[in-house]
Design a protein around this ligand. Structure first.
Ligand SMILES: [Zn+2]
Ligand SMILES: [Zn+2]
Length: 217
């Protein structure tokens, strides 16, 4: 009887140890999975109907290389009618950002909308002012248009401008403000392609430091 009693205790202890080992392994696995997913920042690229797919691929490549994130190109969708500004036949950038924010799947930190149509904002005394792109700071959505970038330029120049503008708007989403450094990517282009051409496709040391603090890398 006494022997059986000890045997039951021994069995119980063995099972308890096994259970504890399994539990800690499980926790270990879960922690490492969580760490991996926390380190990966996903960015969605949302093309609107008519956007050249080659530019979507370019956007993915540029965003991934510049910010060390994972970017995914989503299926094209129509521009929402609610953002259409009839008097100038163009689209309101702020309304498009609101729209993108609402449709953004949770997985993505930010979504960048791409369109070939002209986009605009209200700027001071101008009720509707054409822009290259718009991104809130910090924010989870931004929009870039190729409409004003492609005037009288080679494809190569257009691709360079496009890359700078998408990285600039996404920089705002990450929390980078406008910068006074003349060559910095975060310089305020004030809506002109001339300013975009003057910038370099890189951040000044101060903006680089800010970004690394924001992304904790
Ligand atoms: Zn800006
Ligand atoms: Zn800067």
């Amino acid at each position: 009887m006494k022997r059986e009693y000890y045997f039951v205790i021994l069995l119980f202890m063995l099972l308890a140890c096994q259970s504890a080992t399994e539990h800690s392994d499980h926790i270990g696995n879960r922690d490492s999975t969580q760490t991996e997913s926390n380190d990966t920042v996903f960015i969605a690229i949302q093309p609107f109907t008519g956007m050249d797919t080659a530019f979507c691929t370019l956007a993915k490549r540029e965003i991934e290389a510049f910010y060390t994130v994972t970017a995914e190109v989503l299926k094209p969708i129509d521009l929402p009618a609610i953002a259409h500004y009839k008097p100038r036949n163009r689209y309101r950038a702020d309304t498009l950002i609101d729209f993108l924010y609402v449709i953004k799947p949770k997985k993505y930190l930010s979504v960048i909308g791409l369109t070939h149509r002209d986009i605009s904002v209200t700027k001071g005394e101008y009720p509707d002012w054409g822009v290259l792109g718009l991104g809130f700071m910090p924010g989870n959505a931004c929009i870039v248009s190729t409409f004003r970038l492609k005037r009288n330029v080679s494809v190569e120049k257009l691709r360079e401008r496009f890359a700078k503008v998408i990285l600039h708007e996404l920089g705002h989403n990450f929390g980078l403000d406008h910068c006074t450094s003349p060559k910095c990517l975060m310089r305020d282009a004030e809506g002109t392609v001339k300013s975009v051409d003057e910038e370099e496709k890189s951040l000044c040391p101060e903006c680089k430091m800010k970004l690394s603090n924001i992304l904790k890398r």
